[in-house]
Design a protein around this ligand. Sequence first.
Ligand code: 3LM
Length: 403
Amino acid sequence: MADDNARRANARLGPSTRAIHLGYDPASAQGALTPPIYMTSTYAFESAEAGGEIFRGERAGYVYGRTKNPTQAILEERLASLEGAEAALCVASGMGAISSTLWTLLQAGDEVVVDRILYGNTFALFTKGLTKFGITVHLADLTDPAAAERVMSRKVKLVYFETPANPNLRLIDIAAMSRLAHAHGALVVVDNTFASPILQRPIEHGADLVVHSATKFLGGHGDLLAGVVAGPLELVKRIRFEGLRMLTGATISPLTAFLVMRGIKTLGLRMERHSASALAIAELLEKSPAVASVSYPGLKSHPQFALAQRQMARPGGLIGCELKGGMAAGLKFMNALQLATRAVSLGDAETLVQHPASMTHATYSAAERAEHGISDGLIRISVGLEDVEDILQDFAQALEAVR
Ligand code: 3LM
């Protein structure tokens, strides 16, 4: 009871306070300020009867490390609270979160509607993976409600999208898409990796489930892989016991859970800095004669600037930038960078820059790249936490190099 009261009081605290304190009392662990890392794969039962009760779900307790661990449990409580969800589940990677979720919720004969612009491996999971098991995948431009409406039907069990989307930073109206999906009896799953729950909480806008690559902003330091799914307790339980335990086994290590927990203590601070620096860099890029266009939700030129203002607390740390000179300019720009790192991934302290045409989408033909909205001059920037003057200077000199 006292515990419930403490939880309710915690829920009224700000997100950074909750990310730092929720779900852990140092008195429960010898006064240790930071929660212990429970490096254990299995758990001892005090009696055969007690073991039976835990197995039957009649008594709280742990059985085996594939489904849950006490370090992971604290992290899950904090992430659920940040997303405004009843419950959360942490797993080994973003792809682990997405596959555990989809394999739990879908079965042969079901249909799904997904946005055209998705992280490449999520796209492959839908179009090459799930289709092998008898699921029909409808691709649509979910920025256009009419296009979404055309592919909706009662057979559609789930609508899936990213906002902002990887890699071109287009936005989807979560509230509008949730209304449409719910009118057809479908669940809405939103990948909130690019925004993080500090900037955007899809469940508050009507989504059912949120997934994350916690490898990115949540971890925040480029030193781990992890994933999260958050949503209603009953659904999250099913994903834990069907998706994770039976289907994927994508378990997070207790050490990784600890590191993500450390990461989210500074998430609020970091998202503020990522957003402020990204705006300065987006403005620099937009002024350059070497740049055809910049896609950043904090710029008035973003076609969905008004939606960004409604849906996101700040515009975030990712920028899409189209160079005028196509492939040659892309390669030249990448090679001219001196401080920013040429690398995939995002959300780290280091500024990371990727050129999809020569990196993540290098195996696609030019026609395939065009179909996926990846032009040869597109550069994706994940603005880091370095002093902004230094990042600005690096981008200014790289832009000079391609003029
Ligand atoms: C990347 N993205 O560079 P993990 N959802 C989103 C993502 O961006 C990602 C995942 C899920 C990148 C990774 S690409 C070679 C490197 C929006 C990952 C998958 O399984 O934790 O990597 O998350 O865009």
